[in-house]
Design a protein. Structure first.
Length: 188
């Protein structure tokens, strides 16, 4: 997309004048811009800083123009409103397109019974392999048993009688053991 210098008219600021007005903004005007960008970006898929930056870019490259008689802050707020409105409209169109399913096209997301059996079998076999690998290493065996029962955090540390650093080391060892046990296994 090529950016061209807009034609200079007496009614609108050129890019140098816009740049000069942006540089001369005081703290109150910046606070007002930040507040509006946070307000407009709230509950949208855009960050307030990005929204404000995009408004600056559009005013500086001439895609949006600022009248000489208007306040630059009001112009930027108008640009941000327009950007959010465009984003909201495109989001609404996308959601409508995604949700426009007929009842005949609905797919049952439940797994097939044989798939469930295969997955359960695969996980049982994998867990057996992992248990065989950690059998000779009591701390790893205790960690695996505790994790499989749902223990975590401070309770896990207290159960194993180790500090945070030792727990992290033990977890890394268990991770390497699990990776080694499942390295050549394919999911059904």
């Amino acid at each position: 997309m090529s950016v061209t210098e807009p034609c200079i008219t007496p009614d609108y600021l050129n890019t140098d004048e816009v740049r000069q007005r942006l540089r001369s903004l005081d703290a109150t005007q910046w606070a007002r811009l930040r507040g509006w960008s946070r307000y407009l970006a709230y509950d949208h898929r855009i960050l307030s800083d990005d929204l404000r930056q995009e408004a600056f870019v559009r005013v500086l490259d001439g895609r949006r123009r600022c009248k000489r008689t208007s306040d630059i802050v009001n112009t930027l707020i108008g640009v941000m409103r327009s950007l959010v409105s465009t984003e909201r409209t495109s989001s609404r169109v996308a959601r409508t397109a995604q949700l426009d399913l007929s009842k005949h096209d609905a797919v049952n997301d439940a797994p097939l019974p044989d798939r469930t059996v295969l997955d359960a079998s695969y996980h049982r076999q994998t867990l057996t392999l992992i248990r065989q690998k950690v059998e000779a290493d009591p701390p790893l065996k205790h960690l695996l048993d505790a994790v499989l029962t749902g223990m975590q955090g401070d309770a896990l540390q207290a159960h194993l009688g180790i500090n945070t650093q030792q727990l992290a080391t033990l977890r890394r060892r268990l991770k390497r053991t699990v990776e080694a046990a499942t390295k050549d296994r394919e999911r059904p």
